[in-house]
Design a protein around this ligand. Structure first.
Ligand code: FAD
Length: 469
């Protein structure tokens, strides 16, 4: 079995920045990512874009190429196409790579699994043709594939970003249906002075909105009562905006209303978690350096609480410097000195993040399903009515509801329905989410075939892993 000082799961901005700092500090570091290429969500294919001109994706995206290049130059053992499915607190990492199971061992573990989009369980959200804007981005960044005449609906910076990217590419957009509640603008006003300290970010956001407005596509604000049209596949979107009913025909509807940490890894390791009332999601408990309730396990980036790409990069760096200290490569004083600028930068960014969280706080009606027939658990096809029946039979926490209804028992292991189930149980019992809890998760964190388990091998030689970009 191959042993490393530190194994990092996830090669997005957090994981890459951490790996670079660890390698520079003299640690023997391995990075695993299930993607075919490093980069994570924001920098997906940033070093080898299939688009003729990747600058249409914006400067935040193209900046990723430099980080990827630095990562590729550093002394890092990298495994791409490597899906980690068991992380033991004994430092054991089991992962799938090219259909085989592999094992490595590490003294320190850094979890950087990133975020996933918050499901938007409106009626019809599971019909073919309904996807998330993240999926639109994956198709665009990885394969230069777009959907002509799509409707984009929801709220938040990523929604406006993808619409702007489509427009720059000249792809027709049927409509932008913005669900940001009117009240959110008023609620966010008190946080505006703090956000203005990051005037550059604010200007960038406003420029994006102006760009979309200037393109003249149909835009609807303060939309409510969203419903996908169609029986077997999406045929459009129905909603009301400012009291007026609308129906827009389209075979593709992209939904989005924010992201939340990808919890499966941190939950399966049984790390302590807390409810974040501003971001309305669970996140792992970690100190200023990302050290979790298990000392040799750290977490950084959006997987440890939504902080955006720049924040993720800084958090990865801070976690790495702390790990170097724990490994004996840095004194405590040196760690504190080297982490001070990054910590100060994160603190300076916090008011802008708080402003975004307040402005784009998802409305309850989009966060929790309202229609009894709407599916909550897609894997096991459990509707709101099924879950309510489980609650009526006595299930009071997510694990009891899982036992009664099978919700959260499918291949995604609650990734999609976990937060909704916490939210529903909290609402039904008039309890805070922290009193309700979350699913208890266990390894393996992905579906494994017996055939794959039988092909248990030592860690693949890095040369056998994906070649560098
Ligand atoms: C779909 C989507 C699209 C986004 N697009 C943008 C954008 O265009 N612009 C922007 O500013 N922000 C975007 N974001 C927000 C963005 O995720 C972050 O700001 C930033 O990428 C966070 O960096 P990170 O390193 O924490 O995580 P990520 O960049 O998400 O990287 C996490 C990595 O962990 C890997 N991983 C997860 N689990 C495992 C496992 N079990 N085994 C192996 N590897 C694993 C993933 O493959 C991924 O590469 C997007 C978020 C999502 C969910």
């Amino acid at each position: 079995m191959q042993a490393f000082d530190c194994a990092i799961i996830g090669a997005g901005p957090a994981g890459m920045a951490a790996a670079i700092a660890l390698a520079k500090g003299g640690a023997n570091v391995a990075v695993l990512d299930r993607g075919a290429r490093v980069g994570g969500q924001i920098y997906r294919a940033a070093a080898a874009s299939p688009l003729p001109d990747a600058s249409v994706l914006g400067p935040d995206y193209t900046a990723g190429a430099a980080l990827i290049a630095e990562f590729n130059r550093a002394e890092i053992t990298r495994f791409t196409g490597a899906d980690a499915w068991h992380l033991g607190d004994d430092g054991r990492v089991l992962f799938s790579h090219l259909g085989d199971t592999h094992e490595l061992h590490c003294r320190e573990m850094l979890l950087c699994p990133g975020a996933m989009e918050r499901p938007m369980p409106i009626p019809g959200w599971t019909l073919p043709g309904v996807m998330t804007v993240g999926a639109a981005q994956v198709m665009l960044k990885s394969d230069a594939t777009v959907a002509d005449g799509a409707v984009f609906a929801g709220s938040g910076p990523l929604l406006y970003l993808i619409v702007a990217q489509y427009l720059r590419l000249g792809v027709p957009v049927a409509a932008l249906v913005d669900t940001t509640p009117r009240q959110n603008y008023l609620n966010a006003v008190p946080l505006l002075p703090g956000a203005l300290r990051q005037a550059g970010q604010l200007k960038k956001g406003l420029a994006l909105l102006r760009e979309i407005r200037a393109a003249g596509i149909p835009q609807y604000r303060f939309a409510e009562g969203l419903e996908i049209l169609g029986e077997d596949k999406a045929e459009g979107l129905r909603f009301t905006a400012n009291g007026q009913p609308y129906e827009i025909a389209s075979e593709t509807v992209f939904l989005h209303h924010g992201v939340q940490p990808n919890l499966n890894m941190t939950r399966a390791m049984d790390l302590a978690h807390r409810w974040n009332p501003q971001q309305l999601c669970w996140q792992v408990e970690a100190d200023a350096w990302g050290q979790t309730s298990v000392p040799h396990v750290s977490a950084a980036g959006d997987g440890a609480g939504i902080i955006g790409a720049e924040g993720a990069r800084i958090a990865g760096d801070l976690a790495a410097l702390n790990i170097l200290h724990r490994l004996g490569h840095l004194s405590e004083g040196e760690r504190d000195r080297q982490t001070a600028p990054g910590s100060a930068r994160l603190a300076a960014m916090a008011p802008f993040r708080a402003f975004l969280d307040r402005l784009y706080r998802p409305a309850g009606a989009f966060r929790l399903p309202q229609n009894p027939e709407t599916l909550v658990c897609r894997c096991e096809e459990q509707s709101l009515a099924n879950l309510r029946a489980g609650f009526n039979q006595g299930a009071r926490d997510p694990n009891a509801l899982k036992s009664l209804t099978r919700c959260g028992m499918g291949p995604c292991q609650g990734r999609q329905c976990g937060h909704m189930v916490t939210g529903l149980l909290a609402e039904w019992q008039a309890e805070p989410p922290e009193a309700v809890g979350y699913y208890r998760l266990r390894s393996p964190q992905r579906l494994l075939t017996l055939e794959e388990l039988s092909r248990f091998q030592a860690v693949p030689a890095p040369a056998q892993a994906e070649a560098a970009e």
